[in-house]
Design a protein around this ligand. Structure first.
Ligand code: GRF
Length: 200
C-alpha cells in the first residue's frame, strides 16, 4: 500500500475529495498525513474531522527554504511517506523536497498549462477573455507550474458566465478528476517498487 502525504495551505476541497476517494476504494493507498504550512487553514479542520494525522509547520521568516524543507522531510520520513500530492499548497518547492521525492510529487493547477500559471489561474483565464480553460495535473519540477503533464481537461468559458460560476465548474472538475489520476499514479509507483524489489 502506497503511503502518501497531501500538502495544502487553504480550504482543502481537493483534500476532501481525495479522502473520500480513499474511503470509497477509488484510491488504493493510505493518507499518511496532511502537511499544512498555514495555521488557520480550513483544511486542518477537515483532517481533524476525518481523523487524519496532520503536521502543521509554518516557515519562520528568517529560516531558509532548505532548513524548512529539511524539517519537513524528517517529519515525512517518520510517517513513512513515499509520495506527495499537492492540493492547493502555496509554497514553491525547493531542491530539498524535490530531491527527496524524485518524480513522486504531483500537483493540480486550475488552468490549461502552460497557459496561466501562478496563484490565480482561474481569474487570469477569465480576465484574458479566452473561450476555454481547464485543469492540469502534472509532476512537479523546480519551475512554477511546469513539469511533465499527466492529464488535462478543458472547460468552456461562457461569454455571459460569471467568475464565480467558472470557479465552481473548475473546482467540480478538479474534485471528480484528481482522485482518479492520483489512483493511477500510485498504482504505477507501486508497480515500479515491485519491479525494483524483484531485481534486488
Ligand atoms: C485548486 O484550485 C487547485 O487547483 C489549486 O489550488 C486550489 C485549491 O483549492 N492548486 P482547495 O484548497 O482544494 O479547495
Amino acid at each position: 500500500m502506497m503511503r502518501f502525504s497531501i500538502f495544502a495551505s487553504g480550504t482543502g476541497s481537493n483534500f476532501e475529495a481525495i479522502v473520500q476517494a480513499v474511503d470509497d476504494g477509488v484510491i488504493n493507498g493510505e493518507i499518511a498525513c496532511l502537511f499544512c504550512d498555514v495555521a488557520d487553514a480550513y483544511v486542518i479542520e477537515r483532517a481533524k474531522k476525518h481523523h487524519i494525522p496532520y503536521i502543521l509547520l509554518e516557515k519562520k521568516s528568517k529560516e531558509t527554504k532548505k532548513k524548512y524543507e529539511k524539517k519537513i522531510v524528517g517529519l515525512l520520513d517518520a510517517y513513512e511517506v513515499t509520495c506527495i500530492i499537492l492540493a492547493g499548497y502555496m509554497k514553491i518547492l525547493g531542491p530539498t523536497l524535490l530531491q527527496s521525492f524524485p518524480q513522486r510529487i504531483v500537483n493540480i493547477h486550475p488552468s490549461l498549462l502552460p497557459e496561466f500559471p501562478g496563484k490565480q489561474g482561474i481569474l487570469d483565464a477569465y480576465q484574458a477573455g479566452v473561450k476555454k480553460t481547464g485543469i492540469t495535473i502534472h509532476l512537479v519540477d523546480n519551475g512554477i507550474d511546469t513539469g511533465p503533464i499527466m492529464y488535462q481537461e478543458s472547460l468552456p468559458i461562457y461569454p455571459t458566465g460569471t467568475l464565480e460560476e467558472l470557479e465552481e465548474r473548475v473546482h467540480q472538475l478538479e474534485h471528480s478528476v484528481y482522485p482518479k489520476i492520483i489512483a493511477k499514479f500510485l498504482e504505477g509507483e507501486r508497480e515500479n517498487d515491485d519491479k525494483k524489489a524483484s531485481v534486488d
